[in-house]
Design a protein. Structure first.
Length: 367
């Protein structure tokens, strides 16, 4: 009765939006997957212990061990920035430094959080299509035990990378081997970890545990959940005090069952892999349609800048065409100097969405 009265009072003022709106700006723009919403609703009845002592978080711990190995320990957090900062803070002392790509999220898109929240030093190196190599990492591994320089102790890579490429299993293992031979730990930013695993057709254990990654920032938001990410510790000796740092870093949620239920939902019946594989497929569809039009001479002025391994397409095109297309569909600029843009697909992107977008691009780039 009270609910109906409140709804009658507030219903007219509830915010709504155009549900037909589609963008290629970010997979963050997509909503929550319907099966994840069902999982949230299922977790809602009754009372459960707070701060991670609930049945859902306990089940998630075991599921993550099944996925990554029985030594794995999972710390649920609110967001990717929190996961990255928390993981890196736990992986090194205050005098430590992190080697990362100059495109890495921790370098360019975390609002300075690693430096300002944890006081970390970042040593960034050049990338090749978003990837690091043992050789590029080695350019920052020097002055070991020299008191005047922050000590390189952790390497952080992103999978899939910021430009939509995917490290192969062999590439990750080569980096992990180099790290461990040089007394470095390896952190993997897995904001789009599902897209990478789906692209490679491998399990998380094959891609992460078996290659030698020490700690993972395990993403979910970009694959259909809301406010649910995790730090997964593969090597327990790689971290210190994580349980205390999570609270200190304001990443310990009280009603953790709702976040854990979402991550569990992604793992049930292959939902997370299916959703990511679909987003990848739509990005490939977008690229292939455009490549065909370029080859036939139906459009001009379009140049792809990175391989499309996962759910992102990067391309350069004339500024006037960018402006014209953006009048109807939103997407992000990547490099204003070169007119490079990023087009992202999500779990709910449809073939019709892609084909309509290709039509708009074609109209803007017709000879």
């Amino acid at each position: 009765m009270w609910f109906n009265q409140v709804h009658a009072i507030l219903g007219a003022s509830l915010v709504t939006h155009d549900q037909s709106l589609r963008s290629f700006a970010s997979d963050n723009y997509a909503g929550v997957h319907p099966e994840v919403l069902t999982a949230i609703a299922s977790a809602n009845d009754g009372h459960q212990s707070a701060y991670g002592y609930d049945d859902y978080t306990k089940a998630l711990q075991q599921k993550m061990r099944d996925e990554f190995g029985q030594q794995a320990e999972t710390f649920v957090v609110f967001n990717g920035t929190g996961a990255n900062v928390l993981a890196l803070t736990a992986m090194m002392p205050r005098w430590g430094a992190v080697i990362c790509s100059n495109l890495a999220h921790i370098e360019t898109d975390e609002g300075g959080a690693p430096e300002r929240v944890s006081g970390l030093k970042l040593f960034n190196v050049q990338h090749v299509h978003g990837k690091l190599t043992p050789e590029s990492i080695a350019t920052q591994v020097y002055d070991i035990d020299f008191e005047h320089r922050a000590q390189p102790l952790v390497v952080s890579i992103t999978q899939s990378t910021e430009v939509g490429t995917v490290y192969s299993v062999a590439e990750i293992k080569a980096i992990a081997d180099y790290c461990h031979e040089n007394k470095l730990l390896l952190h993997l930013d897995g904001a789009r970890i599902w897209n990478a695993a789906a692209s490679l057709g491998v399990t998380f254990k094959e891609m992460i545990t078996d290659t030698g990654v020490d700690v993972v920032s395990f993403g979910g938001t970009k694959n259909g959940v809301i406010a649910a990410e995790a730090v997964v510790v593969i090597n327990p000796e790689a971290v210190d005090g994580l349980i205390f740092l999570r609270k200190l870093s304001m990443q310990l949620m009280s009603k953790m069952r709702f976040a854990s239920a979402q991550l569990l939902a992604l793992m049930e019946n292959g939902l997370g892999m299916r959703s990511a594989a679909h987003a990848n497929k739509m990005a490939s569809h977008l690229r292939h349609l455009l490549e065909a039009k370029v080859e036939k001479g139906e459009i001009t002025g379009l140049r792809f800048t990175n391989p499309t391994d996962a759910n992102a397409v990067f391309a350069c095109l004339p500024a006037e065409a960018i402006a014209k297309i953006r009048e109807q569909v939103h997407f992000y600029d990547w490099d204003l100097k070169t007119n490079e843009v990023r087009w992202m697909c999500a779990f709910d992107t449809t073939e019709a969405d892609v084909e309509r977008f290709v039509g708009l691009i074609s109209e803007a780039l017709k000879p």
